[in-house]
Design a protein. Structure first.
Length: 190
């Protein structure tokens, strides 16, 4: 599995209703997309939930890398690039991606990016982050949890979908978003 996210920083006076309409119009179009586990359409407005800027920042989890490639090479992404410019797309190798029933009804999301210490035991970090993702979904604390890492900058990601956002989520390394829509794709065969 692979996770990816691009984040479009928008001007401070940008009318975020434009992004809300875009999510409403385009969100359902990815339902059934091959190899997509889910896409969370995310937005952050300056001054809301601790955000310092206006952002449109969808987060994707792909069952297979071919899904990400097909999407990025397709007309939908080209339309986004035509409207906003060609964004940098961050990717992570997914260790664990868990979803609970009703995860498509999420109202909030958090993304935390943490450094991996030099020469750390990756297997231990993978086990710990994977176990935590599994546990918090099974306990009902979150609607979805993704844990993964990126071996170019040696960082790891923790992504969560929430029904209600706990105050403990508002932290230094945590970007908080409102969820406009969650699309689910078509599982990969076999």
């Amino acid at each position: 599995m692979i996770a990816m996210q691009y984040s479009l920083a928008l001007p401070a006076d940008y009318d975020m209703e434009i992004i809300d309409r875009r999510i409403q119009d385009k969100g359902p179009l990815l339902n059934g997309f091959p190899n997509l586990k889910f896409k969370a359409y995310l937005r952050a407005a300056r001054g809301d939930l601790g955000s310092h800027e206006n952002l449109y920042a969808p987060f994707y989890v792909w069952d297979k890398a071919e899904g990400a490639s097909d999407f990025l090479c397709g007309l939908g992404f080209q339309a986004l690039a035509n409207d906003f410019g060609w964004p940098s797309v961050r990717t992570w190798i997914v260790w664990q991606a868990r979803v609970a029933p009703g995860f498509r009804e999420a109202k909030f999301a958090t993304r935390e990016i943490l450094p991996i210490e030099s020469h750390a035991l990756l297997e231990e970090i993978r086990r710990r982050d994977s176990d935590e993702a599994r546990r918090i979904v099974e306990s009902g604390d979150v609607l979805a949890a993704v844990a993964g890492f990126e071996p170019t900058t040696w960082t790891r990601v923790r992504f969560r979908l929430w029904d209600k956002l706990p105050e403990t989520c508002l932290g230094r390394n945590v970007q908080t978003y409102r969820v406009g829509h969650v699309a689910t794709g078509r599982p990969s065969p076999g």
